[in-house]
Design a protein around this ligand. Sequence first.
Ligand code: FRU
Length: 542
Amino acid sequence: ASRHDHGRTAYHFQPAKNWMNDPNGPFYHNGIYHFFYQYNPHGPTFGTGKLSWGHSVSGDLVNWAFLGAALEPTSPFDADGCWSGSATVLPDGRPVILYTGRDTDTVQVQNVAFPKDPTDPLLREWHKPSCNPVIPQPADVTGNNFRDPSTAWLGGDGLWRFSVAAEVAGVGSTLVYRSADFLRWERNATPLHASPDVPALECADFFPVAERGTEGLDTSAANVAGVRHVLKLSNMADEDYYMVGWYDDAADTFVPAEGERGSDVRKWRRIDHGHLFGAKSFFDASKKRRVLWAWVDETDGHSDDVAKGWAGIQAFPRALWLDTDGKQLVQWPVEEIETLRRRRVALLGAEVGSGGLHEIAGIETQQADVEVIFEIPKLEAAEKFDPKWLQDPGKLCSESGGVGPFGLIAMASGDLQEQTAIFFRVFKHDDMYKVLMCMDLTRSSTKEGVYKPVHAGFVDVNVEKDRSLSLRTLIDHSVIESFGGGGRTCITARVYPEHAATGSSHLYLFNNGSGSVKVSKLEAWELGTASVNLEDVSLPLA
Ligand code: FRU
């Protein structure tokens, strides 16, 4: 049996078997990338939630070796699960982990862990001091929602801070704690963010970004002119939201750049408009970039997970930086993906007329990296945008208009019975143009019990000035990650095409708009198979 049975991916991170959810504690240390994750070593489901931290290492963010569990639920302060958290690399190079434990009474508390042997290059073993929990659950926390500490950062006063999501008397809050030693923590009276709209938030991430350029900043970078901060929060309905703003490192408060969006995170910007959750970033000092990890859950049936013996993958690591508008993030697969590029096909200056379908042949596209730049010769043909469409952009994806839908059809069976379309539509909006990006999963699989929504998000680009629109798509057996407008709008989803078992799929360009579009450039690469956590590959996959 091939290792791609049951939709196993070729270059996305996943354990050899069992359940995985949130990314935890990523950091770069002495030439090695460390990655941890919510892991159930006992089976392919979340089970009772008594999770461990799985630990893998890599030299290139592409190929990974599994080291076993770094944290296991064996202490009174985490007996019911070592839940999500983060790592901080101290100025002397020693990493420290902050994580949420569910204690013997299932109460959520914050714990600390240090490498047992800081000279071990792989940092395999972690010590949980007996002074844990370093932060018991505060009396005003409700709903037992107090979890997922962020990476810590140094303030101007020399104290460490981290943020953590907490439901405080029914209000969804992001608290800040300060400490000199990671052991004794004091809560700041004012939260970074608070809103009653979503009481139970998770997986806070808080980090600085430069106003100019694509370089990342250390989480503890000086908070000077030219630096903004990003607050990212996850809500329980499987969505990640963020807001760019300004951080006051004396008061530990955060002022959003888009205050008009309000405090309800569901009105903030989306990390990804598809099915992606629990994103967490880290600063990669070796390449001076900020890299984002995020969990991409299974969306087939529970019994499928049990049958295949594994569940959950991570999005391919993305570099991320602030767009020149100072409000939105740009995300792009880390450049190391190019080491996997094999056979390439290209297309220059092709026209795709109304109703056109053009196959991209010559490479195997079940594991591929596709970059397209579209040109829109007749932008004026775009129909007028009706503001009430803002309520339900997904509905617009199923209609055709003057400009679009045009884009890609991926993971298609020969008869097109199964296919996933990723595309744009362009509307005229006042004196501007509005671009919608969609991923239509309704025909992605003929299998029963698969979640097949239409994902949609607007793309904040000036299509009139640019006259072009870019789309990059990573395809990997059971996942499609798409980056629209140079990475300003992302849509990621799992797909379960039944024809995939035949070992080959088709890829097309299409245009269902009434005007033609031009493909000024298309490049598609077949991608090689990375070595991802292969230690257990000799074990039979269920
Ligand atoms: C998010 C989450 C976290 C928690 C972890 C448990 O997916 O619920 O809030 O720490 O998963 O696995």
